[in-house]
Design a protein. Structure first.
Ligand code: F6R
Length: 235
């Protein structure tokens, strides 16, 4: 774990871990969180000008039902904050299909693509204020795989800041499962701000329980947590 004076400094430290991996393995496979937590990482990584053109990546999740090109769809966010600034290859960066024909089978092809890429070397994660990882909300099984899920009310309220109104926030999403996340060879969890302090305390020092999905990180053999002082305040 490392604790930094600001979110920006935490982002620089987290970016260095990603850069080290990609310098040693230019064809590394990354898992990509969206939301606000990883933005300082992506910005710092862009400044490092590491060659990311051979990297493969898999986004953690996508909202269901947004029209293609919607500014808040994670496909759009990944394109504008990750693919373009980092010079990644569009066809090598995967985002779950947010308009699946059949929600029941929404995750199978994504799981197969991750497996075909050789699995995820490094999964970048944020944490929900309710302890979610990806969109695996409290109660999600640790054995879960990529699938369609219903967002918790608290998640929809938290994400209203991206959509303007609560009604505009989708109610469903496709997310990598907790077992999918856990299979990554390394986890890199990033949190900043006082709004995350309680969740970080429970994730790192509370009981390991499906009622608080991020507590799963305690069981992972290779996990790094990068925080600013505010997110670390209750540790
Ligand atoms: C985003 C994701 C979510 C976020 C979490 C924190 O792809 O999977 O788990 O990481 O909701 O969001 P922010 O970083 O916006 O506070």
């Amino acid at each position: 774990m490392s604790i930094h004076a600001s979110a920006g400094e935490a982002g620089v430290a987290a970016a260095e871990q990603v850069a080290e991996l990609v310098r040693s393995n230019p064809a590394a496979v990354l898992g990509l969180a969206t939301g606000s937590s990883p933005l300082p990482l992506y910005e710092a990584l862009a400044r490092k000008a590491v060659d990311m053109s051979a990297v493969t990546a898999f986004a953690l999740d996508e909202y269901i039902g947004l029209p293609a090109g919607h500014t808040q769809s994670y496909a759009t966010v990944i394109r504008t904050h990750v693919i373009e600034p980092l010079g990644m290859t569009t066809g090598s960066v995967h985002v779950p299909d947010g308009n699946p024909e059949d929600e029941e089978h929404a995750g199978g092809a994504y799981e197969a693509a991750i497996a075909a890429a050789g699995g995820i070397d490094l999964q970048i994660l944020g944490i929900g204020s309710n302890g979610h990882l990806g969109f695996n909300e409290p109660g999600a099984p640790f054995s879960s795989r990529t699938r369609a899920v219903t967002l918790a009310d608290r998640t929809r309220r938290d994400n209203t800041r991206f959509f303007g109104t609560l009604e505009a926030v989708p109610t469903r999403a496709v997310t990598q499962g907790l077992a999918t996340i856990f299979d990554a060879r390394h986890l890199l969890l990033i949190a900043h701000g006082s709004g995350k302090a309680q969740a970080i305390r429970r994730a790192l020092t509370g009981p390991v329980t499906e009622e608080f999905p991020a507590s799963l990180i305690q069981l992972h053999p290779s996990a790094t947590v990068v925080l600013d002082r505010e997110a670390a305040a209750l540790l």
